[in-house]
Design a protein around this ligand. Structure first.
Ligand SMILES: NC(=O)c1ccc[n+]([C@@H]2O[C@H](COP(=O)([O-])OP(=O)(O)OC[C@H]3O[C@@H](n4cnc5c(N)ncnc54)[C@H](O)[C@@H]3O)[C@@H](O)[C@H]2O)c1
Length: 321
């Protein structure tokens, strides 16, 4: 039986991936310190025989090594995530995302395990090319702007992973996620879709940061999991970097209006300057959209779920709670 370790397995993406791997018949271990993740996310599979959970930190080398030793493949998703979380926890962000990832890579090399590394569209920084290709330049923000530290840590993770691949022949695969959304995502750490939905359902003002004309693309979690699983089985994908995102682009104002309409909410839209939310030293990019030609070339498919359906899936979950 194939065995998998998912760091960050109790998180939003990690818990969906854990479920999918367990459903596929593999033996799955979720490894998480429950900092932003929740055990509740794993409730549906908690009693399955091929699933187990380890509550531990990726900075704990001993526990991590023991877990990695037991599996064939590691999906490394544990990280400090979310603009708000990063701004509130600047040191922890660098520590977990750089030192934690180095632990994962070093131990995977020691025990000869494959690694799938979760990276982010943030590595492009302030590059607003439309759409963004994997080989495009990164445009770096100043170091006093804390939000760019996340981008730098994820880029450092990629450099480390590619170095392990080139020098030490460690099979690594890097996937850059572009705004993944769906059920179980928390709005607490700065994610816009769950935040808007919560505000709309509570009849509170939907708070749009800046002028709402900035554009983004949103990717459905179900599509994301299908792509991760398929890529991880393609041998020639190892040693490479892939964008994983959707081609559908909306402005944040359009997103707010869609959420309001689909939720049948009367919430007013309110505009708040970034500095009131994140302080004076904050920057954001106006536009971000992935080029997913490489993903399509390798997989023969790509994320297709429309934003409307994504919003409905999250509303459906909220109604069940
Ligand atoms: N959701 C997105 O749109 C998105 C976009 C780009 C990149 N990513 C990347 O995908 C991965 C998963 O993100 P997510 O959206 O599921 O966020 P999440 O916060 O739900 O998941 C991260 C998980 O890692 C765990 N974790 C954090 N620090 C840890 C540590 N030191 N030791 C052990 N566990 C730890 C958290 O408890 C959480 O369960 C992350 O690496 C993130 O950088 C996500």
């Amino acid at each position: 039986m194939t065995t998998f370790l998912i760091t960050g397995g109790a998180g939003f993406i990690g818990s969906h991936l854990t479920e999918a791997l367990a459903a596929g018949g593999g033996k799955v271990i979720a490894y998480d310190n429950l900092s932003t993740g929740k055990l509740k996310n794993l409730k549906a599979i908690s009693k399955k025989k091929n699933f187990s959970f380890i509550k531990a930190d990726i900075l704990n080398e001993k526990m991590l090594g023991q877990a990695i030793k037991r599996v064939d493949t590691v999906f490394h998703l544990a990280a400090a995530v979310g603009v708000k979380y990063v701004i509130d926890n600047p040191f922890r962000t660098v520590e977990v995302n750089v030192l934690g990832t180095e632990n994962v890579l070093r131990l995977c090399h020691r025990y000869k395990k494959k690694v799938i590394l979760a990276s982010s569209s943030e590595v492009y920084g302030k590059n607003e090319s439309f759409p963004l290709k994997e080989e495009d330049d990164r445009v770096l923000g100043a170091t006093n702007i804390i939000r760019w530290s996340y981008a730098a840590t994820k880029a450092m993770d990629e450099f480390m992973a590619l170095a392990y691949y080139r020098e030490k022949k460690l099979p690594i695969l890097i996937i850059r996620f572009f705004n993944i959304c769906g059920p179980r995502q928390s709005g607490r750490y700065g994610m816009v879709v769950p935040r808007f939905i919560e505000q709309a359902l509570k009849g509170k003002a939907i708070t749009i940061y800046s002028d709402g004309k900035q554009t983004r693309s949103f990717t459905y979690i179900g599509d994301t999991i299908k792509c991760i699983l398929a890529l991880s089985t393609i041998r020639r994908a190892y040693g490479k970097v892939f964008n994983l995102g959707s081609r559908e682009v909306v402005s944040i104002k359009e997103l707010a209006l869609k959420v309001k309409e689909i939720a049948g909410s009367n919430s007013p839209l309110v505009y708040i300057p970034y500095e009131k939310v994140y302080g004076r030293d904050f920057e954001d990019m106006r536009h971000r959209r992935p080029d997913i030609a490489k993903l399509e070339k390798y997989l023969g498919f790509s994320p297709r779920t429309r934003l409307r359906e994504i919003i409905k899936s999250i509303l459906c979950e909220n109604k069940k709670l």
